[in-house]
Design a protein around this ligand. Sequence first.
Ligand code: IPD
Ligand code: CA
Length: 273
Amino acid sequence: MFTVIDECYIEVLRLVKQAGSIINEKIYQPKEVVTKSSEIDLVTEWDQKVEKLLINGISSKYPDHKFIGEESTAMGQKVELTNAPTWIIDPIDGTMNFVHGLPHTCISVALLINKTAEIGIVYNPILDQLFTARKGQGAFLNGAPIHVSDKKELRNSLLMLETGTSRDPEQLEAILQNINKLITRVHGIRTLGSAALNICMVALGGADIYFEFGIHAWDFAAGELIVREAGGVSIDPAGGPLDVLSRRALCASSMELAQELSKLITQYYPERD
Ligand code: IPD
Ligand code: CA
């Protein structure tokens, strides 16, 4: 039976592809860049245009649906997650990469109903990587099923992390302490510059674990469903359940790995979304 969520999924995929063409066209062109919460938290006119395209497109079909969008929030809209169908949107995740022309940049869109993720889409149009997931239906890269790795121990795991977009000394100190603690405990550390793509690398089995403090709901809402649908786990970095508005996330190929990391790291609690 064809459900409303099936219909939403088809519609949003169409819009995401359209948005992807804009990113593809603009990434290597000069652009105007302004800063937001810090001198390394960047936004371009294309972030705003892509977010508008997605929100206007979805609203015209589903006028009752709600939105949590990175750029709408930056313009002062309050973050509110109710039981109503809510789209959580990052029009360009990896804006710094988009500005520099580093091709790890993507659109991240999730649909939550009753605060439960139903749809997750992460699309890197430059490298033509479309990661998709629907609740209970598995995760896919360009239509082919994907699965997390079989890693259960940190010592043979590839860790994805980020240095973030904040210059807050306390947050930077936690990041540096964690790099120091982890560098000799893992196989290697990698950073793509996009939280959503880092998480998708775990979903794909190319990396094994990712965590970050200070990210926002729009950076990980889609990815965390994709990684769970690929057989992995998404938890709070202290070991409890994931809270999409907490600005903290840990995604891993197994609960054993997730819990091992959570016990080792210095915790940081940013102000909630
Ligand atoms: C950022 C990226 C980055 C992460 C930051 C995010 P943006 O999102 O995901 O990897 O470290 O915390 O804010 O600003 O490019 O959408
Ligand atoms: Ca963004």
